[in-house]
Structure formats: C-alpha cells, structure tokens
Write a protein that binds this ligand. Structure first.
Ligand SMILES: NC(=O)c1ccc[n+]([C@@H]2O[C@H](COP(=O)([O-])OP(=O)(O)OC[C@H]3O[C@@H](n4cnc5c(N)ncnc54)[C@H](OP(=O)(O)O)[C@@H]3O)[C@@H](O)[C@H]2O)c1
Length: 199
C-alpha cells in the first residue's frame, strides 16, 4: 500500500512508520520534515494531496492542543486544538477522500482524555471527543468503501517525561503497541471504530 503518514517524525508517528514501513511504501509528512504540510490550513492540505496522487491509506499522528486549567483558558487557547487537532484531522478527511483508492482508509488520532479527563485537559478532552464523534459519523457517509477510524491512546511511555505529571495514575503504553492499532485500522477492514489503547 501507498500510505501517507502525517506527523511521521513525531513520537507516535515514528512508531507507526516503524510498524508499517517494512510492508508498505510510506510517504512521511509534517510541518517541518518530509512532505511539508500544515493540516490546520485546508489549502496546504489540498496542495499536499494534489502533489501525491493516489494513496491507499492516510494516517494522522499530528495535532496540537494547549494544556491549562479551565480558569486560565481563553477562546484563543481552545482554538489551538480546534484548528489543529480537530479541524486539521477533519481537513485530511475532506481533502484526502478523493485521493484514496477504493476501500482505502483514513486513521486519525484522538486519545483517552475524551472519556478519562485530567486537570488542565479540557481542551484536549474536547478535541478527542470531537474526533471520536466525527469518525463515527463520517464512516457512514464515505463513498466507495472508504473507511475511517481513530486510535485513542493513553500516555505513551516515550512521553512520560513531558506529560507524566498531568497523567498520574495512568499506566503508559509503548508507542510500538499503539502503532499496532494503526496497523489494525489500515491493514484490516473495519470502519467507524475508535481503537482505545490503554494499559
Ligand atoms: N504523546 C502522547 O503521550 C500521546 C497520548 C495520546 C494521544 N496523543 C496524540 O498523538 C498525536 C501525536 O502526538 P505526539 O506526542 O507524537 O506529538 P509530537 O511528538 O509532537 O509529533 C507531532 C508530529 O506532528 C507534526 N505536526 C504537528 N502539527 C502539525 C500541523 N499543523 N501540520 C502538519 N504536521 C503537524 C509535527 O511535525 P513537526 O515536527 O515538523 O512540527 C510532528 O511530526 C497528537 O494528536 C497527540 O494528542 C499523544
């Protein structure tokens, strides 16, 4: 398969590329490495798909959000996750569907915080819940047998140093184990699924 991985150079993206790279042609993309794209900008996303031609799968392992206590949050701070993690991934579905071969797939990334909230996590929970709901709804409308799923990981072992203080009481999962859920989505046949990867 010809697979676009957006965020291929990130913590999760590298593990996804390691899992799928030996069996498939991977096209790596990101803001600053590989094929350049800003998923929050629909023009940039459309230009990416126009450059790449036909694909069999699109994976998104990218999407920013701001962590902050609710009483410090502003509309602008919520907008970071809405524009990047939510609309960035929706943009990939909107613009990417026409580039996909029949029965091709799009796999997005949400996270466990949509259903298991933490302090300072309202924006991330909002984004994760939105992506999960979007995936369930988009799956019943996509044409030509196209599929869409989301992977919802808890904190990655590789990210404990950065986010561990926010995520007390959660057992981390290795990025390589989360990557298996992307394999299940891309190399399987399911659609409209949220693959929870929790320890
Ligand atoms: N890490 C965790 O513990 C964890 C847990 C649950 C869910 N998640 C979710 O998993 C996803 C990836 O997280 P991560 O920790 O792997 O992040 P990361 O290490 O910061 O990597 C993110 C990658 O996405 C790219 N990217 C970011 N914004 C982009 C944009 N607007 N357009 C195109 N590419 C963009 C970055 O490219 P550049 O480097 O070129 O900027 C980078 O390659 C996020 O949605 C995150 O919420 C992560």
């Amino acid at each position: 398969m010809r697979i676009l991985v957006v965020g291929a150079n990130g913590t999760l993206g590298k593990a996804v590329v390691a899992e799928l790279g030996s069996r498939h042609e991977i096209i790596a993309a990101g803001r600053n490495s590989g094929e350049k794209v800003d998923i929050s900008d629909i023009k940039s996303v459309r230009a990416l798909f126009k450059r790449l031609g036909t694909l069999d799968a699109v994976i998104c392992a990218a999407g920013d959000a701001h962590f902050g206590m609710l009483n410090t949050m502003t509309p602008e701070l919520f907008d970071i996750a809405l524009r990047s993690k939510v609309m960035g991934q929706v943009n990939l579905v909107l613009a990417g569907q026409e580039s996909l071969s029949d029965r091709g797939s799009i796999t997005l990334t949400s996270g466990t915080l949509g259903r298991d909230p933490i302090l300072a996590g309202t924006s991330v929970s909002l984004a994760n819940g939105a992506i999960d709901a979007f995936v369930r709804a988009a799956a019943i409308e996509l044409p030509r047998g196209l599929r869409v799923n989301a992977v919802a990981p808890t904190i990655l072992t590789e990210s404990v140093e950065v986010y561990g203080a926010y995520m007390r009481g959660r057992r981390p999962v290795a990025a390589a184990d989360v990557a298996l859920a992307f394999s299940k989505s891309v190399e399987g046949a399911q659609t409209g699924q949220i693959y929870l990867v929790d320890a």
